[in-house]
Design a protein around this ligand. Structure first.
Ligand code: SIN
Length: 329
């Protein structure tokens, strides 16, 4: 009799826990970013959400918050560590508080093109950099491309002296500040969400960004000139908090990572196409004049800005710099 009661109790317990598992809430990944949905990052995040829904139904859901809806530049990484958001892909220029090493990506005229950036990110140093913030509680899950940066302004910029005395919005990076100081301009660190208004109200004269950001955020409507300078790269690191990542069961972590890798490959493909498409849309709009500088003019910008490398060499690491230079085959 007693044995029967025990067996019934045990069976009830097992059924209860099975039904709890069956009805367990899926794990929610909030993915926060600052750009429009029609950008490489915006599209990558949506693709990730779709892939997770397809591969892990009922187990994991992804909610995407674009356009700084949930957190802007300055808050997202703190929010991640507090568990208020699980994934983000800030520009590589926005990790200064967590590591100085990623400043390498901001050095002007370091990478010749996106193929060089890709080679560097896929190489030993690029892979090591994904782990450079682990002690601060952040894990890099992969790089995502946006593209090469261009300079936009309310006056034509052909040679470095054209930038003298002008105010340029920059991301929160000391290398970018030094880059504009090198041409006697005034860098102003501001979040992405404020750039359009700053340009529209003429509180600043210019900014640097990729074709897709200039197009999707309509900067070209409030900037008369865009110099095709390709002077630096704007790429992203998809990050999560170590505590969130470690809390995922191993099998789920593998599945989430594989969905993310697929979404990143998709986003990178879009980045390559969008750079050209959005540049053409800007040209077609006739709102902004594109300035093509001559090789001699470009060399003047290189000569003015390249000394910035030396200033940051110690913090970044000479070996890292050499690896980046050699990625320009
Ligand atoms: C982004 O592409 O995520 C924003 C870049 C910027 O702040 O200029």
């Amino acid at each position: 009799m007693l044995l029967n009661k025990k067996l019934i109790g045990l069976a009830t317990g097992i059924l209860c826990s099975l039904s709890a598992v069956a009805h367990a809430e899926p794990i929610e990944i909030k993915f926060s970013h600052v750009v429009a949905e029609n950008t490489p990052k915006g599209k990558m995040a949506i693709k990730f959400k779709e892939l997770v829904a397809e591969k892990l139904p009922g187990k994991v859901t992804v909610s995407v918050f674009p356009n700084s809806q949930l957190f802007g530049d300055n808050k997202v990484l703190e929010a991640m560590q507090l568990g208020d958001v699980q994934m983000a892909a800030p520009s590589l220029s926005k990790f200064k508080k967590y590591t100085k090493k990623l400043q390498i990506f901001d050095l002007p005229f370091l990478f010749e093109d996106m193929a060089s950036v890709e080679r560097f990110q896929k190489g030993a140093v690029g892979i090591r950099l994904l782990r450079s913030m682990e002690r601060k509680g952040l894990i890099g899950l992969g790089y995502l491309h946006n593209g090469m940066k261009q300079l936009s302004a309310s006056a034509p910029l052909r040679v470095p002296s054209d930038a003298k005395g002008k105010k340029f919005r920059i991301m929160s990076s000391d290398v970018l500040a030094a880059q504009f100081q090198a041409v006697d301009a005034m860098p102003v660190k501001k979040p992405f969400s404020e750039v359009f208004t700053l340009l529209q109200t003429k509180a600043i004269d210019g900014q640097e960004n990729t074709w897709s950001n200039i197009y999707s955020k309509k900067f070209f409507e409030v900037q008369e000139y865009i110099t095709e300078s390709n002077h630096g790269v704007l790429d992203y690191m998809v990050v999560t908090s170590k505590s969130f990542w470690d809390s995922l069961p191993k099998a789920l972590r593998t599945e989430v990572k594989s969905a993310l890798d697929e979404a990143i490959a998709y986003g990178n493909d879009i980045a390559a196409k969008k750079a050209e498409q959005d540049k053409q849309l800007i040209i077609d709009s006739k709102r902004s004049q594109i300035i093509n500088i001559s090789p001699e003019q470009r060399q003047q910008w290189v000569n003015a800005m390249k000394p910035v490398w030396k200033r940051f060499e110690r913090k970044i690491g000479k070996d890292y710099l050499e690896a980046a230079v050699s990625s320009n085959q």
